[in-house]
Write a protein that binds this ligand. Sequence first.
Ligand code: 5GP
Length: 220
Amino acid sequence: MSELLKQLNAVRRGIMFVIEAPSGTGKTTVIKRLLAEDEHLNWSVSVTTRQPREGEVNGVDYYYVSDAEYDKLLKEDAFYEYVDSQYGSRYGTLRSEVDGFINVGKDVIFDMDWDGLRQMKEKAPNDVVSIYMLPPSVKELRRRLEGRGTDSKEVIEKRMNMLLDKMQHWVEYDYVVICENPEQATKAIQRIFFAERMKRVRQTGLVEFTQRLVDEVKNG
Ligand code: 5GP
């Protein structure tokens, strides 16, 4: 059997959908919608040393850990990827969290920055699909950041100052979606998911299926 046919016959691995956007674009809202509307999608809960924001739940939004606990995980090589954030907090993706999904063919969605994406692509180049969301304008971004009321004025200014730095990484992503509003961006991303899942190499069982068609033709 050729290498290609063997690949088609293999059990499909889960896809790692990595989504990133400048803070305030609407990424969190869109990710929540994607998860709510797609039973095949799973959320990878990251580890962070930052404090939970209002409404965030430990073990659901993040695993909130102390610096000492984070250092311990780092030492144990528990992270698939990790990053020391420019915001002073640290983030990491647990190997145990990801492998539990990917190895049994379940798709996972990640909220991580460009540095995390780079590390993920190095480890699993064929499994990672990356999407960058952009705001429709800087004015709108500021309005959204102020409107969400979770960050202090200083943090908002810091995020605005980081914007250009962060935005320049859009070229490293497979897809770019401009988020006019959460509905439109969610729909656009769902179409990306659909197309990626339909890729020939990800559709298992095609060899058997086409063989059945061939048999049908032969047997009349
Ligand atoms: P926030 O603190 O607003 O939830 O996230 C801040 C930044 O950290 C965002 O850019 C987000 O994408 C990134 N981030 C969140 N979790 C992870 C992670 O597990 N790994 C990496 N590399 N970045 C993350």
